[in-house]
Write a protein that binds this ligand. Structure first.
Ligand code: SAM
Length: 236
């Protein structure tokens, strides 16, 4: 998977992805992260990449020329998805992450100031994506959310089993985790996890998942694939 991020702040993308799982995935050649500086493509003699909005109003708007030129210079035959990160986009979910992870390449445009000239969206953007109902100062933080969540789904980046059991994989939130020590500040690890009985542990985890989902995200439960046993448990 190749991520091509068009940004005014490439170092934000490059530095933040130079750790842990993403660093190892890049070293192993499973993912590639390119940060393209939009400013390098401006034809403005003062190297400007923003201007006042037509019609007046507060703030600055990123101009179309450097973004479109940057895109045209880095696009390839695999650039099928060009994502603009914006609070006005479709809300990002694990299903969208899965869909994007099937691509070989993703072009991601990070906005700044009041956003980008609408004609960039009209000309080259295929997907407008929001990472939530709040406003960030720049698309870089949202791009990092996409890069991280999509990379986890690229084969080999993390263990397959780990992805399969994670929250949202079956429309349920994941069960709670415990590690050593057995007792911490008076709180003990649930006995079932020490029982060595894998069937019992599986059942306990399933029920904990159901309880957590009902409590924190009841909206998810309708889409979950519930068994008769799950329903019986929830009714109780
Ligand atoms: N004026 C815009 C509006 O009201 O919709 C907000 C612009 S915001 C200050 C600057 C940039 O941050 C946006 O162009 C976008 O790239 C990014 N951004 C802000 N909030 C975001 C969100 N929730 N999801 C994805 N990107 C976001």
């Amino acid at each position: 998977m190749v991520f091509k991020v068009l940004t005014l702040f490439p170092e934000v993308i490059l530095q933040a992805t130079n750790f842990s799982i993403l660093k190892r995935a890049q070293q192993r050649g499973l993912i590639k992260i390119e940060a393209i500086n939009i400013r390098d493509y401006t034809k403005d003699k003062h190297k400007r990449t923003d201007d006042y909005p037509y019609g007046g109003g507060y703030g600055m708007v990123m101009t179309a020329q450097p973004i479109v030129d940057a895109y045209e210079s880095i696009k390839s035959s695999k650039s099928h998805r060009v994502i603009y990160l914006t609070p006005q986009g479709k809300k990002y979910t694990q299903d969208i992450a899965k869909e994007f992870s099937k691509e070989e390449e993703l072009v991601i445009i990070c906005g700044h100031y009041e956003g980008i000239d609408q004609r960039v969206i009209d000309l080259i953007v295929t997907d407008e994506i929001s990472i939530g109902d709040y406003v960030l100062s720049g698309g870089e933080y949202a791009a990092l959310v996409l890069i991280d969540s999509i990379s986890r789904l690229v084969e080999g980046v993390i263990e397959k089993k780990s992805v399969e059991e994670e929250s949202f994989s079956d429309c349920l939130l994941e069960y709670p985790h415990y590690t050593r020590p057995y007792e911490f500040r008076g709180l003990k690890v649930p006995e079932v996890l020490l029982s060595g009985n894998h069937e019992k542990i599986k059942k306990w985890r399933r029920y904990q998942s159901l309880l957590k989902t009902i409590k924190s995200r009841p909206d998810l439960i309708n889409a979950a694939n519930l068994t008769e046993e799950d329903i019986e448990f929830l009714i109780k």
